[in-house]
Design a binder for this molecule. Structure first.
Ligand code: ACO
Length: 402
């Protein structure tokens, strides 16, 4: 396949493939997806096994370095991350400049972009030690930045990281804790958030990962490339979908909880309304992550106050859609985000923060892809071609004649 691709490129033919639905932009050994069969594997390990036995930090190691770590490698990785969780005090001042009601995604992206000004000693994309240091810095500092973005939005003081805690625990404490009070971690929440991060950790050449690769292909540093990826994830058709699902469920609830009415609107394509959290560019059978998450949704929601009306609407909506010809014919199934929003909400995160949580989970995947690309001798600067459809040629008319 790779050789044929090279050969075609030499012939001068251009492939017209909007949305890159059929374009292999790279070779990669990180994540395998079989959309027809609903299969997802990280470095060959089925997502179901990783979800059952592994943790987000271990999976991050697996994605970035290619193998499951030994006990010692895992400890070293976690310890190194813990030693880099603090933000430079000057970087904290950035948060003062944003409006209080700023969306946390551009705040996160801007702060990550600014890391390349604070950590100029780790910007060389071809120096192994630099790349390693940037990797650890990102894994450590992005959760701190995300928590600060949240604190800023609610007007609470920032909490310094507590490095005796693991990555997920630390993030929860920095987000929901208060300076003068001990923060009690809820093991169900920790486990659920860890699982959600793990399930979001990579998904091969999706929009944000392709963005990280495209930006990185110009030899832009890791911080810059990840910052761009965060902005790609901001869009409602990608990372914004989990917030959009919740907004949709709220609207259905406000409208009396009539699922049939909403499904009719979707089928009639009224105002382009879509069933958010349904459909996927690659999965045309089911999204294996959605299956795992559905169970977690039940666990978390029963822990945080029993039956939730929105969960009930979500379940009825899913049932209704799965038995409807419109969705069957188009192979539209619930994707990973159909239930994640409900879980995040039950944990106490505001809707606008959901996409930030997606970014935290996807971070090791972005890093793994950037590193794979940088070490691949076949890498070229990303530079797609086009089919020109404009005017062929015309002569300039002076302003007075127009
Ligand atoms: N609700 C209703 N109809 C849909 C939906 C949906 N969620 N998704 C696709 N369709 C329909 C389209 O209208 C189209 O039908 P048509 O041929 O009659 O016009 C057909 O299914 C194919 O849709 P496309 O848009 O061509 O499919 P594509 O692969 O480009 O889109 C996408 C995939 C963007 C995920 C789409 O399914 C969608 O918009 N879903 C809702 C948003 C969402 O949940 N995004 C999260 C994706 S997962 C992630 O980022 C982690």
């Amino acid at each position: 396949g790779i050789e044929l691709g090279k050969l075609l490129a030499q012939t001068g033919y251009i492939t017209y493939d909007p949305g890159f639905v059929n374009t292999g932009a790279t070779a990669s050994s990180i994540t395998y997806i079989d959309g027809e069969q609903g299969v997802l594997r990280y470095r060959g390990y089925p997502i179901e096994q990783l979800a059952q036995h592994s943790t987000f930090i271990e999976v991050s190691y697996l994605l970035i370095y290619g193998e499951l770590p030994t006990k010692q490698q895992l400890e070293e990785f976690a310890n190194r991350i813990n030693r880099h969780t603090l933000l430079h005090e000057d970087l904290k001042r950035f948060f003062d400049g944003f409006p209080r009601d700023a969306h946390p995604m551009p705040v996160l992206s801007s702060a990550v972009s600014a890391l390349s000004t604070f950590y100029q000693d780790s910007l060389n994309p071809f120096d192994t030690e630099s790349v390693e240091l940037s990797t650890i810095r990102l894994m450590a500092k992005v959760p701190t930045i995300a928590a600060y973005a949240y604190k800023k939005s609610i007007g609470q003081p920032f909490l310094y990281p507590d490095n005796s805690l693991g990555l997920v625990e630390n993030f929860l404490r920095m987000t929901f804790g208060l300076p003068a009070e001990p923060y009690e971690l809820d093991p169900t929440m920790v486990k659920a958030l860890d699982l959600l991060f793990l399930l979001h950790a990579d998904h091969e050449q999706n929009c944000s990962t392709s963005t990280v690769r495209l930006v990185g292909s110009s030899e832009a540093n890791l911080f810059a490339s990840i910052s761009a990826g965060i902005m790609a994830l901001f869009g409602p058709l990608h990372g914004g979908a989990n917030s959009a699902v919740l907004e949709m469920l709220e609207r259905i609830k406000a409208d009396g909880g009539d699922v049939d009415k909403f499904v009719s609107r979707v089928k009639n394509k009224e105002d382009g309304v879509r069933l958010m959290g349904f459909g996927h560019r690659v999965y045309k059978n089911y999204d294996p992550r959605a299956k795992i998450i559905k169970q977690t949704a039940d666990e978390v929601l029963s822990k945080t106050g029993g039956g939730d009306e929105l969960l009930d609407i979500a379940k009825r909506l899913e049932e209704r859609a799965l038995s409807d010809d419109y969705f069957i014919e188009r192979k539209l199934y619930p994707n990973v985000d159909f239930y994640t929003g409900l879980i995040y909400r039950a944990m106490g995160f505001p809707t606008r923060f959901f996409t930030v949580l997606f970014a935290l989970g996807r971070l090791p995947g972005w890093i793994a892809h950037w590193r794979e690309m940088m070490s691949d001798p076949a890498t070229k600067i990303g530079r797609p071609r086009q089919i020109y459809t404009g005017e062929k040629q015309r002569d300039y008319k002076p302003l007075s004649e127009r």
